[in-house]
Write a protein that binds this ligand. Structure first.
Ligand code: GRF
Length: 194
């Protein structure tokens, strides 16, 4: 890891499919003096990702990948990442599962943020399921990515209390607020041992 960083900040790609609020928090983090990463590009599987407006605003290049054929899509992404010497990937609401082949062929680090206290509630609709199960707490997790969905080694988690009146939307807002703090913290933890 040390070798990858050297004196330079790690060139990072953020993968998104939606709003990009985590993307925004990562950009803000990467623009701080002490950040170990530099957001070089944004990769998305859809031109409809609202987060593309954010990358544009901050002059970060973006690449829209046609995902009709997953293997081809992943090949294109790997080529793009290699060409741009990207050694760090932050998945931030990217709605595609990366294959084992992609993960094995990518030489850098891949992280993901998930809106639950893993290993609970892997996959989609985490807030709805947590509320339906009368959980007292939900939260978010940043973890390394392996080829099983939401299953890689956990780096950091943050608990969020579920209020009686919470619905999936209100809970999602509360958790997202914490996600924006947790992702940069997790990056510092693995790259600086903070
Ligand atoms: C977040 O809740 C993240 O945990 C999940 O997808 C959502 C993305 O939100 N993986 P945003 O696009 O960053 O606003």
């Amino acid at each position: 890891m040390e070798k990858l960083i050297g004196n330079k900040r790690l060139k990072t790609a953020v993968f998104i499919s939606g709003k990009g609020t985590n993307l925004l928090s990562l950009i803000k983090f990467s623009n701080t003096k002490k950040s170990p990463i530099k957001i070089d590009c944004v990769i998305t599987d859809t031109s409809k990702a609202q987060g593309l407006k954010i990358s544009k605003k901050y002059n970060i290049k973006s690449k829209i990948i046609n995902y009709k054929k997953r293997n081809l899509a992943e090949k294109k992404i790997l080529y793009f990442l290699n060409k741009n010497q990207i050694y760090f990937i932050c998945l931030a609401g990217f709605m595609r599962v990366l294959t084992r082949n992609f993960i094995n062929n990518y030489k850098g680090i891949i992280l993901n943020i998930h809106p639950s206290l893993l290993p609970k509630y892997k996959g989609l609709n985490t807030h709805k399921r947590a509320i339906e199960n009368n959980e007292k707490f939900s939260g978010c997790t940043v973890h390394f990515v392996n080829s099983k969905i939401d299953s890689g080694k956990i780096i950091l988690q943050k608990k969020v209390k579920i209020a009686k009146k919470d619905n999936p939307e209100t809970l999602s807002k509360k958790v997202l607020k914490q996600e924006h703090i947790l992702y940069p913290k997790a990056i510092n933890k693995i790259l600086f041992n903070l």
